[in-house]
Design a protein around this ligand. Structure first.
Ligand code: SGN
Ligand code: CA
Length: 533
């Protein structure tokens, strides 16, 4: 008698538990992390539309939040990615530059999500020296990857796919979303673009369009670095003097020879040849149809061009290819967002768009990144989370690429490991400014001497000021007044009017170094390792 009564009760309890687990599973938000490589916020129309329109990326901010002071801890590729995966500063996770190895026994946040029952997938460019851990299905480009007809490392070995890489990455992502994602389980998806990394090769549909455009020059294109320190003067990032003629400006090697133009670097001609060698006949034909006339025109103009005209020409060439390669990224983001709508996933999915760091688009005459100065220190950050983030909202808080993992763990209701060094930005997403107490961030760049010759430096940045110490082969301090000198043209470090600011920031910087476990001893140890003393 008792057993017959108990059995249905037990069944009910079991059914209820199963149901509530299902409800629970379903209501845990999905996370879509979209990151491109070297995408400057200046090239996203949600930030500024003076260069191009990015309607699909903008949609994330229109329906969510745009961060105007999002920044990185170290403006270079692999270190930024290791910081995102571990939520630690570079001197803690050890991947301080593109060369140092990453200790793969460290916990990366996808492993935590996988263990908590999320399905995890990753497509595109990871570039931190290893395959990812904690990912059910990955297809990632080896190293820097290629713009055309890419190879991928996968859970099941290497594959090769013909096509334009940005589109291929979108297709792989959509294939997983449509065909292998389990709709009953929450997911963590990494959709990671190689574009617009150097050497900026757009898809044919976009180089046809963008090579016809002319872009406004930045006010500091002809910067003479007066008012700054030796680091800015000695960096090798100038568009006129340090870009490759073949690899970057897309001059044909034989045109360089004809004009007597010396290669800028030992890989100048090879960079272009390697890319062209991968093309199919059809891709090469489309390329030549557009780039041959540009070369012909340049051949005629070159003998009479002044340095200033040459800089302007190279800037336009750079922008046409850089922005043209972003156009496919924007289209891909649109494809994914549309799919989330069609499947009714939009409401319960957090979507993030970011880059591994910012980039110079001719500001200070530069390309590349690395510096603590704004264009490379800041990174785009757009976040959509319907029902929580107010559409069209903005934040100028100092958030960092070190905050992603804790934010994602927070929204998924998973406890974050106590040694993570970032903070959840959920209070900001909820518009709860009182729940956020960070007023300064710490930055440290290491890769020197190396390509682009940006000196080692660390610093502190608040909404108002930026204080940086350049060291190793110099001992120079720089202070910038971010409100009054947004283009960072005048180092105020020795200006007596800023003496109090300098003293206060130096103290805070010392505190931050202690808080995050960085020190002069560690700086020296890493220099010794780098120079193999
Ligand atoms: C290559 C690029 C550099 C770039 C580094 C690091 N040169 O060396 O311009 O700074 O990668 O980029 S290239 O001519 O080979 O493209 S990062 O994004 O991996 O940090
Ligand atoms: Ca990068």
């Amino acid at each position: 008698m008792r057993i017959t009564l108990l059995l249905p009760l037990l069944a009910l309890v079991l059914t209820f538990t199963a149901c509530s687990e299902q409800v629970e599973q379903k209501s845990r938000p999905n996370i879509v992390f979209i990151m491109s490589d070297d995408h400057a916020y200046q090239a996203i129309s949600a930030y500024s539309d003076h260069l191009m329109q990015t309607p699909n990326i903008d949609r994330i901010a229109d329906e969510g939040m745009l961060f105007s002071n999002a920044c990185v801890t170290n403006s270079i590729c692999a270190p930024s990615r290791a910081t995102i995966l571990t939520e630690k500063h570079c001197h803690v996770h050890g991947k301080i530059d593109n060369r140092f190895p990453f200790d793969t026994t460290q916990v990366t946040f996808p492993q935590i999500f996988q263990a908590a029952g999320y399905q995890t997938a990753m497509f595109g460019k990871l570039h931190f020296g290893n395959n990812p851990k904690g990912i059910d299905e990955f297809k990632i480009l080896p190293g820097q990857g290629q713009y055309y007809n890419p190879d991928f490392n996968t859970n099941n070995g290497k594959i090769h796919i013909e096509g334009y890489t940005t589109d291929v990455i979108t297709d792989l992502t959509m294939d997983w979303m449509k065909n292998r994602r389990d709709p009953e389980k929450p997911f963590l998806l990494f959709y990671l673009h190689k574009a617009p990394h150097r050497e900026w090769l757009p898809a044919p549909r976009h180089f046809r369009e963008y090579t016809k455009k002319t872009f406004p020059e930045p006010a500091t294109l002809f910067d003479d670095y007066e008012g700054r320190g030796s680091a800015a003067r000695e960096a090798e990032m100038n568009i006129l003097t340090h870009q490759n003629w073949a690899g970057d400006s897309k001059l044909y090697p034989e045109v360089m020879d004809e004009l007597g133009i010396e290669p800028t670097s030992h890989w100048d001609k090879r960079a272009m040849q390697n890319a062209l060698n991968r093309f199919t006949d059809e891709q090469r034909e489309a390329w030549n149809e557009v780039y041959r006339p540009i070369n012909e025109e340049f051949k005629n103009m070159y003998p009479n061009m002044t340095e200033k005209e040459l800089m302007s020409w190279r800037y336009q060439r750079y922008m046409q290819d850089y922005l043209g390669s972003i156009a496919s990224v924007d289209e891909g983001v649109g494809t994914l967002l549309d799919y989330l709508d069609e499947e009714g996933l939009t409401e319960n999915t957090l979507v993030v768009y970011t880059s591994d760091q910012g980039f110079y688009l001719g500001e200070h005459g530069w390309f590349d990144k690395r510096f603590i100065y704004d264009e490379s220190f800041k990174t785009p950050l757009l976040v959509r989370w319907p029902g929580t983030v107010k559409p069209g909202s903005k934040s100028d808080e100092m958030v960092q690429n070190m905050d992603f993992a804790q934010t994602f763990l927070d929204i998924a209701g998973i406890e974050a490991p106590s040694d993570m060094q970032g903070e959840s930005i959920v209070p900001l997403l909820k518009g709860d400014i009182k729940g956020w107490d960070r007023d300064a961030v710490y930055y440290h760049y290491y890769e020197y001497p190396a390509v682009h010759m940006v000196k080692r430096h660390y610093g502190i940045v608040t909404k108002e000021y930026k204080l940086a110490h350049f060291y190793y082969d110099v001992d120079e301090w720089e202070l910038y007044d971010r409100k009054n000198d947004p283009m960072e043209m005048q180092n105020e470090y020795n200006n007596p009017e800023y003496a109090d600011v300098v003293a206060e920031l130096k103290e805070k910087l010392t505190d931050l170094r202690v808080q995050y476990g960085d020190s002069e001893e560690l700086d020296q140890k890493l220099i010794d390792l780098y120079t193999k003393k």
